[in-house]
Design a binder for this molecule. Sequence first.
Ligand code: HEC
Length: 116
Amino acid sequence: MRSSYVTELRFALAALAAALGPGLAAGAAADDEAARGRDLAMRLCARCHLNPGQGEKNGPDGVPGFRAVSKRPHQTFEGVVQWLESKPPMMPDHHLTRDEIFRLAAFIMSLADEKE
Ligand code: HEC
């Protein structure tokens, strides 16, 4: 009786670990990407996009803060990637690689969970 209970418990735990394992690893990898994106953003984008109290852009020449960008309705990781890939004329061309673009987008979207 007892041994089959233990076997079942082991089986359940193994199934749980299998289900959670890849998800946890992916979560940790995403955090890592966002952290690298933060470093890049501090170097390249901070003067325009990471000023204290900066919100959504006001006026045609305004610059939106990254938190405001991340919190826009319907904002997605892909949307930020596409923006950066389009080399928008109102931003300096930073000659970003695809990896850098992904990291920056991961960092920007990680701000959506933060409070104002
Ligand atoms: C010289 C200032 C400047 C720098 C540096 C700059 N940007 Fe921008 N960025 C702008 C301006 C201005 C806009 C607003 C464009 C508009 O909406 O017309 C903008 C808009 C954006 C947006 C919002 C796009 C949207 O969907 O509306 C994103 C995302 C963004 N920038 C990412 C970055 C990243 C990442 C970097 C660093 C690699 C960066 N920017 C560096 C000026 C800058």
